[in-house]
Design a protein around this ligand. Sequence first.
Ligand code: FE2
Length: 386
Amino acid sequence: MSLVTTETNGTGYPAATAGADDDFCPILGFDHLELYVGNAKQSAAYYCHAFGFECTAVRGLETGERARASYLVEQGDIRLLLTSGLHSSHHAARSVRRHGDSVAVIALSVPDADAAFDAAVARGAEVAAAPETAADEHGRFRHASIRLYGDCVLQFIDRRGYGGVFGPGFQAAPVIPGAAGGSSCGLVAIDHVVANVELGRMNEWVAFFSQVLGFSQLVHFDDEAISTEYSALMSKVMQDGTGTIKFPINEPAEGRKKSQIEEFLEFHEGPGVQHVACRTNDILGTVSRLRENGVEFLHVPAAYYEDLEQRVGKIDEPIDRLAELGILADRDEDGYLLQIFTKPVEDRPTLFYEIIERHGATGFGAGNFKSLFVALEREQAARGNL
Ligand code: FE2
């Protein structure tokens, strides 16, 4: 892992005129992620039962919406909006047919949606949806979207003037049998959202985040640092001016066989969000509950724990508990972190989740990448894709 400065040439975006100090696109945090899924009602039940979310708002035929059905599930500050088209021609249905269930919209909370949109478009962003007002008897808010990797869009939203449940057209959720009010698993916030892009496209998206949004490059892992016998990847992490929003971007690197990134690109049919990392303040409790609920995690070889303390030094959590639950640990100059990765949460080997607890560390578990990849490749081989 090495700290490198932003490099942004030859990418089709205008030369950067602003550094991270000149934050022309201030961001308050993640507002929500919208997933297009095959069956939003069943997905909502899964996220509630398995991950401890609570369904708080719905939109669909019963609320007067004719085109789509959406369920908002929440836990801590994490909001996932699960949407299905009600007809095959709806863009959510078309997205599911191509990509399977996937993250379609990354919505960022900003102080001024119009200003963020105007600044991004002036710097070369492609318009996905021009600024619009959403309003009902509970108030009004503005939102606008630009295109992101693959079919994803990045939405700017400022909902501070709105007091209703989520947005116009939504109603407070009726009970999903056994799911609403389900017990939290202790997830508190979205830590980072990772994309896989095609070979040779990573620097283009690094330039996009840098020049269009004013993000800066935090770290860079090259294929030397993250290679195994079979696969390798290159990864760069982009963060906003305040360091609250982080978007790592992976691209495949030459390996002996098909890399996990290539497997994703094949089954997702293009670039998109590979994993969403959710933060917890009690990873032992969170992972215990998730496992009880049936969430499947990548298997970590027992050997990983044998020299863990030598690699990461003293940590508060007992190593035998980490081994029991399959939790990984890593240390950087600022502290340590604990993390674990789920298996893909749909039939295609595409979107999965990471659970992360930070004890000062600001990195992403680079020291775990290799052992993680060995584990990922074991799963990939079991699917006949290696
Ligand atoms: Fe991650």
